[in-house]
Design a protein around this ligand. Structure first.
Ligand code: URA
Length: 211
């Protein structure tokens, strides 16, 4: 029977839990993080990620919004509600997958992340991929797509999201095979209701990784 979970031992899972906790603690304490001052001034939390630590599928959004930074949880606002709908559409729950962002702190006024922020926070994403070893990375929107496709040796495939949404690519991460699926950001369905169907249809390609 196929499943969305990796077959790993209890000990291996504990190592992952501990490494992810250390990653979070490191970010909380790192006063050099580009958005540290803004986080502190607003009483925000960094958003490392949540979900299964033995899943085959890792979702990567852009950066936390205000709700997320207040709660320290990814996708817990309006876009997150639609992400839940996407998951349910393909028969998954949040607890079956791991959900994180490229940038782990909220940028001021929801502005786009700047290159220095991406450079700093993407190193944490790299570590998360190394720790959790998913077989499939799902990018949500152009920022995580723009970072991860080249990272996986797929720079030549990088096009606008309207050209490559819903596609599956085969890349490599630290010499190991890994798939990447490029989806629109779920917030797109909030600005443009007619995109809901496209997002739902695109998400169906993920079934091949657990059915
Ligand atoms: N948008 C994102 O990209 N990430 C979140 O966690 C919430 C909204």
């Amino acid at each position: 029977m196929s499943t969305v979970l990796q077959d790993i031992s209890k000990e291996a899972l504990e190592i992952r839990d501990n490494r992810l906790r250390a990653l979070r603690d490191g970010l909380v304490a790192d006063t050099t993080a580009p958005l540290y001052e803004y986080r502190k001034a607003n009483g925000f939390h960094p958003v490392i990620g949540e979900g299964s630590h033995k899943t085959k599928i890792m979702f990567v959004g852009e950066a936390p919004g205000e709700n997320e930074a207040k709660q320290g949880r990814p996708f817990c606002g309006a876009a997150g509600k639609f992400l839940d709908v996407l998951l349910e559409h393909i028969g998954l729950a949040r607890t079956d997958v791991y959900i994180t962002n490229l940038v782990k702190d909220r940028p001021p006024e929801n502005r786009d992340p700047v290159p220095a922020e991406i450079e700093y926070y993407a190193k944490l994403l790299d570590k998360q991929v190394e720790i959790l070893r998913p077989s499939c990375l799902v990018t949500l929107g152009r920022y995580s797509m723009g970072y991860l496709l080249p990272k996986l040796g797929l720079e030549a495939e990088l096009k606008s999201i309207s050209q490559i949404h819903g596609k599956v690519f085969e890349g490599a991460y630290n010499g190991e095979k890994i798939s990447i699926v490029t989806l629109y950001h779920p917030a797109v369905a909030l600005y443009n209701g007619s995109m809901r169907g496209t997002l739902l249809k695109d998400a169906e390609v993920l079934k091949e990784f657990f059915q």
